[in-house]
Design a protein. Structure first.
Length: 145
């Protein structure tokens, strides 16, 4: 594969796909707990748009393992977002990342993580994780300058 072929996807949009065993239950969770409404739908699928990126919830007979972050949002004020989502019934995970490079334990659902990507101009990140109604592990992060 030459350099041109390797760059074919570099300009493509990334679109996350999350499985849902019960699409109507998932629709209610994303609306009632996260305040999100689909921008489009088709049989077996709901399309959401956040910050110019798309993600889809699709009807699936398989279940998500929920053992890793499948999708995440980056926000400017993690504490405010976590507090607001808790008010709407979102339950945040208490996670021990101490075995991971730069990791730590969550306190009140938020972890302080050392290190970040140099291109983001941050020294670390604050993170929080929760599961949706279908068991998908979702994250929220805030770069720390």
């Amino acid at each position: 594969m030459n350099a041109v072929d390797r760059g074919l996807l570099a300009g493509a949009r990334v679109a996350t796909r999350l499985p849902a065993q019960n699409l109507e239950r998932a629709r209610r969770f994303y609306f009632e707990q996260l305040g999100l409404e689909p921008v489009d739908e088709r049989p077996g699928g709901l399309l959401y748009r956040c910050g110019g990126a798309d993600f889809v919830l699709f009807q699936s007979t398989g279940a998500s393992p929920g053992t890793f972050t499948q999708m995440a949002w980056e926000v400017d004020d993690l504490g405010r977002v976590v507090s607001e989502l808790k008010r709407h019934g979102v339950v945040f995970e208490e996670v021990d990342l101490s075995g991971l490079l730069g990791g730590g334990r969550t306190r009140d659902g938020i972890a302080e993580i050392e290190g970040n990507y140099p291109s983001k101009g941050a020294r670390g990140e604050r993170g929080a994780w929760f599961r949706d109604s279908e068991g998908n592990m979702l994250g929220i992060g805030q770069p720390v300058a």
